[in-house]
Design a protein around this ligand. Structure first.
Ligand SMILES: [Zn+2]
Length: 248
């Protein structure tokens, strides 16, 4: 899953990009071929971010920012399709993979070839030295980052699944709406896990950079969901959750 934010001042922006055919190019031979074996992918033309945006009458070059939750291939495979976008992410997420190649990269589910040549030139990493004190309703989350300076998009660290994973609180207002969303990427694979505070099978720990932190993050997501039943928490891979979200 990826998400489109439409901001009255900053324009259209993305949260992650989903897959692109570049994933297949990058996993054509060993060792990266193993990635394709572990997570078999089918990708239809209409699922590509660029094609889904066309339905909103948006051109790839209209996208001003891409907020990257973490650097697993299924979240960044289409970065290069957006030639004008600024890339925004927690610096520790990129630092964890930046110099990795071969097996070392693969072990982090990172495919260096998915990173555009001008990635660093277009990057605006989150300034982690300027945290934003989250209001009490965000408890147990207390520290965030005000991504645009108007508190419309607040990033939080969601450690455990991947180094420096970033989630985003997004508030949608106007047209009589006031709806809060919390995009949590892979902090949980299923909405039900958050509802029940139920971590996946212990075998899944093999895929997490920090299984203990993963469980704390999941528990925090559970707590905020209990405190705020109307908050729409959206894990990137949960089809059940996505089916409940109106597309526009
Ligand atoms: Zn992931």
């Amino acid at each position: 899953m990826f998400a489109l934010f439409e901001h009255p001042h900053f324009g259209p922006m993305l949260f992650d990009t989903g897959y692109s055919y570049r994933f297949f190019e990058e996993t054509r031979s060993f060792p990266n071929l193993m990635y394709r074996w572990l997570t078999p992918v089918t990708l239809l033309e209409e699922q590509l971010a660029v094609n889904q945006l066309a339905a909103f009458h948006l051109d790839p070059s209209d996208i001003t920012h891409i907020f990257i939750s973490h650097f697993h291939a299924d979240h960044i495979a289409a970065l290069a399709d957006f030639d004008k976008a600024r890339y925004v992410y927690l610096p520790q997420a990129y630092d964890a993979v930046r110099t990795r190649r071969g097996i070392g990269a693969l072990s982090q589910a990172f495919l260096p070839g998915l990173i555009p040549d001008d990635f660093e030139a277009r990057s605006v990493p989150v300034d982690i030295d300027r945290p934003y004190a989250l209001p009490p309703e965000y408890a147990p989350f207390t520290k965030g980052y005000d991504l645009l300076g108007d508190s419309s998009l607040l990033a939080v660290e969601l450690p455990g699944h991947a180094a420096g994973q970033m989630g985003i609180f997004a508030r949608c207002t106007g047209d009589g709406r006031d709806q809060a969303f919390f995009f949590v990427a892979d902090a949980a694979w299923l909405g039900r896990s958050i509802k029940d505070d139920l971590p996946p099978h212990a075998l899944a720990d093999l895929f997490f950079t920090d299984p203990t932190a993963y469980k704390i993050t999941l528990s925090n997501l559970h707590k905020i969901q209990v405190a705020q039943p109307d908050l729409k928490i959206i894990p990137s891979h949960c089809a059940e959750t996505l089916a409940t979200i109106a597309t526009r």
